[in-house]
Design a protein around this ligand. Structure first.
Ligand SMILES: Cc1cc2nc3c(=O)[nH]c(=O)nc-3n(C[C@H](O)[C@H](O)[C@H](O)COP(=O)(O)OP(=O)(O)OC[C@H]3O[C@@H](n4cnc5c(N)ncnc54)[C@H](O)[C@@H]3O)c2cc1C
Length: 441
């Protein structure tokens, strides 16, 4: 039976997340967003983060066995929507913990999980942060989208060479959330995707290594100053002969699969966060439309174009929420192997929510452009991030779905029938090698 109602436990989860977001998070959002120095802005949210950690949302997705909340993917979506409705950048800080630690759940040894996950879930200071370091700086070659490119000179270029039982890491990562930590000395742990084989392409050369805070040779440049989602920190990290014991490595030779699965797990979460951002814009403008007369005698909601546009926004947000739920449900069925549906939720919700926020601005009219009196500009700045972050919708997420669809084994009814699709290395690399017109070479 298809049933969209929440269980009594999920209602409590939603209520706790909503109350937390309204009462604890909301009061710090404005100042943190307005702070010109992104690191100072990040520090302003620390007390709210400590509270969210205490409530269990910072590690709720991790297995109970190690002290996590053992939440299902659907549970995570329910809580994430409430938090992101108040600030999606703050939601991204929580998401980064999952991106960094869920790969360890899927690919780590029992010994590694016991050590690192138990530490994550039992922080006495309640300010524990984990970073997921995939993205690399712009350049030629540079960037991230083609991490699975078959040429070893393309894709991930942070290297980890095995020398005397240690990995020696060199290179630079750019963008990873929370990676510089509260004090620019590092998150508690950074999961770094590195090239452990300089001779192979992305589907054989990549691995994950855990780099704890305080490791010599890791330095942090000032954080990236973003247009939106400013409560989230985005770091610029340099590795110079950083030595890490082999025990800190996992998914050796399968870092490509870890990247795909992590950004698949996060897909519906980012999707619902986009819905949440647009939901807040919609609620604000619906109220405005019921009160504001625009120089006429009646509230603007009684103009047909306003009514139709708000109807379309409400309808699209409902549809997006259902797609995120379906992707979360499918992730729960198959241990987060929701590669296509997860990516679909991320792509579709991010792009539709962006249009919804803009449509809300059009309905509200010129007053939506007044940043002192109204929050619309923040919704717009924040929502614009969704199509481009968390593995961008073009070079990474769409390409992942394309790889699944193009594979000879693909059953087009698999999504509707909830059939398991196993994502394999054969599905990677699609579209990463292109032919330039001879005149351009
Ligand atoms: C708020 C925020 C938080 C973030 N957190 C993290 C984090 O925690 N960890 C992390 O590692 N990164 C993080 N990022 C970076 C983010 O994940 C990016 O999505 C990722 O780096 C990929 O960016 P990109 O797709 O623009 O890649 P790029 O490599 O810069 O590609 C640029 C563009 O080129 C085009 N393109 C490239 N290759 C192809 C192709 N083969 N086919 C089609 N089009 C192509 C696409 O249009 C693509 O968007 C964060 C970013 C933001 C803004």
């Amino acid at each position: 039976m298809i049933d969209f109602s929440l269980t009594p436990e999920q209602r409590i989860l939603q209520k706790v997340a909503r109350e937390y977001a309204e009462d604890i998070l909301k009061p710090v959002v404005r100042a943190a967003d307005a702070e010109p120095d992104p690191q100072k802005g990040f520090q302003l949210i620390k007390p709210a983060y400590e509270k969210v950690y205490e409530l269990g949302f910072a590690t709720g997705f991790l297995p109970k066995k190690y002290g996590g909340g053992g939440l299902s993917n659907i549970d995570v979506l329910i809580a994430a929507e409430e938090i992101a409705a108040v600030d999606p950048g703050f939601g991204c800080v929580l998401l980064a913990n999952g991106l960094a630690l869920m790969p360890l759940v899927w690919y780590g040894s029992e010994e590694q999980k016991k050590k690192w996950l138990t530490e994550a879930c039992n922080s006495s200071t309640k300010d524990y942060l984990a970073g997921w370091l995939v993205s690399e700086p712009a350049g030629s070659p540079g960037g991230t989208a083609n991490f699975d490119h078959p040429n070893p000179k393309a894709g991930i270029q942070v290297t980890a060479d095995l020398k005397n039982g240690e990995y020696v890491i060199n290179g630079r990562k750019y963008w990873p959330s929370s990676a510089a930590g509260w004090d620019m000395k590092g998150a508690d742990v950074n999961t770094v995707v590195v090239r452990t084989d300089r001779t192979k392409g992305g589907s054989g050369a990549l691995s994950c290594v855990l780099v704890p805070r305080g490791t010599p040779g890791v330095t942090y440049e000032p954080c990236i100053d973003k247009m939106g989602q400013r409560l989230n920190q985005n770091a610029d990290i340099h590795f110079k002969d950083v030595r890490i014991p082999v025990e800190n490595a996992f998914a050796v030779g399968n870092g490509d699969l870890a990247i795909s699965k992590a950004f698949t797990w996060s897909g519906p979460v980012a999707g619902i966060a986009a819905v949440a951002t647009a939901r807040s814009a919609y609620e604000y403008v619906l109220k405005w439309a019921k009160e504001y007369t625009a120089g006429g005698m009646d509230p603007i909601i009684y103009h047909q174009n306003v009514g139709y546009m708000l109807t379309d926004v409400a309808m699209r947000l409902e549809a997006c929420r259902y797609l995120s739920y379906k992707a979360g449900y499918y992730a729960d069925l198959y241990d987060c192997e929701n590669h296509s549906l997860g990516a679909m939720a991320k792509i579709y919700c991010g792009e539709v929510a962006t249009q919804c926020v803009y449509d809300c601005m059009r309905v509200m009219g010129v007053n939506s452009y007044d940043r002192r009196s109204h929050p619309m500009e923040k919704f717009m700045r924040d929502v614009l991030c969704f199509p481009i972050y968390d593995a961008g919708n073009m070079g990474m997420q769409r390409r992942k779905i394309w790889g699944v669809l193009a594979h000879p084994s693909f059953n087009p009814r698999a999504f509707m029938d909830n059939e398991k699709i196993t994502f394999t290395k054969e599905m990677e690399g699609i579209g990463s090698v292109v032919t330039r017109p001879t005149a351009h070479v």
